[in-house]
Design a protein around this ligand. Structure first.
Ligand code: SF4
Length: 278
């Protein structure tokens, strides 16, 4: 793990320990009272589903991860990855209405760890764990095309502008802060922040209140010109995947046997995700 990741890991651990202490005494962390008349946006949840259908989703997730890993690492097919991204947006996004999703599942796990009366459904736990396991063995193939949030940003990206390295580093720190708050709020039973402020769920469910719709449209518009802004600057689950990926032995490499160290790829990736060739 890189030094920066260690620092973030330690900060998160401190945050988790604090959450545990707070969770023992929920009265110490009451829901804030707003006197300004501000109305919190409601957390959108789809109607309950049958257990069989939920396990079906887990099965689809595992198959999609297997296929994407194969297409990315063995076939090295950009077209196949693109097709998987379209599938994920349609199935996990529009058909399943963005729920359950791996990104949000980290809140269920936090609640289960710290709230004695919260029971996490096994299917939700599977959504949290399976992408992490795949990342451990194959790198972040979940982000490549299986996560509907990442896929939708990829599909709308038209003309990404490069983001300066230092700015990307600074904005990327928000992911750690968001992760800390998401865990804290879930662990104290206050709110599921990730679900409440999910920028794409209003699109997947084709409706929400005016403010949230505006927020979603703004994020989609931003994704046209900035490659995967949610993934790079906000996604808390991406932090966990990033840590897991650093333990992974297998990573996608650029033309492994024929790199001439021309370094063109350094500037060609819109996400700034390509390590400098050595
Ligand atoms: S970084 Fe987060 S939102 Fe983006 S693809 Fe990965 S898990 Fe999904």
């Amino acid at each position: 793990m890189r030094p920066k990741s260690w620092v973030m890991f330690i900060l998160l651990a401190i945050c988790l320990i604090n959450s545990a202490a707070l969770a023992q005494d929920p009265a110490r962390f009451p829901k804030p009272e707003f006197e300004s008349g501000y109305q919190q946006p409601p957390t959108q949840t789809p109607p309950p589903r049958s257990t069989g259908r939920e396990w079906m989703d887990v099965f689809v997730l595992a198959v999609a991860l297997g296929l994407t890993s194969y297409f990315a690492l063995k076939k090295r097919s950009r077209r196949a990855i693109w097709a998987m991204a379209v599938f994920s947006v349609i199935y996990f996004g529009f058909i399943r209405e963005g729920c359950v999703c791996a990104v949000g599942s980290l809140q269920n796990v936090s609640a289960a760890l710290f709230l004695s009366d919260y029971v996490i459904p096994l299917t939700v736990l599977a959504f949290f764990v399976i992408p992490l396991i795949f990342t451990l063995f194959f790198g972040r193939t979940f982000c490549a095309a299986v996560c509907p949030l990442g896929a939708v940003q990829d599909l709308v990206m038209v003309k990404p502008v490069p983001v300066a390295g230092w700015l990307q580093e600074v904005l990327g720190l928000f992911r750690y802060v968001y992760l800390g708050f998401a865990v804290l709020f879930a662990a104290t039973g206050s709110a599921f922040l990730i679900c409440r402020y999910d920028p794409f769920v209003s699109i997947f469910r084709m409706g929400n209140d005016f403010g949230m719709m505006l927020y979603s449209i703004g994020f989609v518009a931003l994704s046209i010109f900035v490659a995967r802004p949610y993934c790079r600057f906000l996604c808390p689950y991406g932090v966990l995947l990033g840590w897991m990926s650093q333990l992974s032995k297998k990573h996608l490499t650029i033309t492994p046997d024929s790199c001439h160290v021309c370094r063109l790829c350094e500037t060609s990736c819109p996400m700034g995700a390509i390590d400098k060739p050595t």
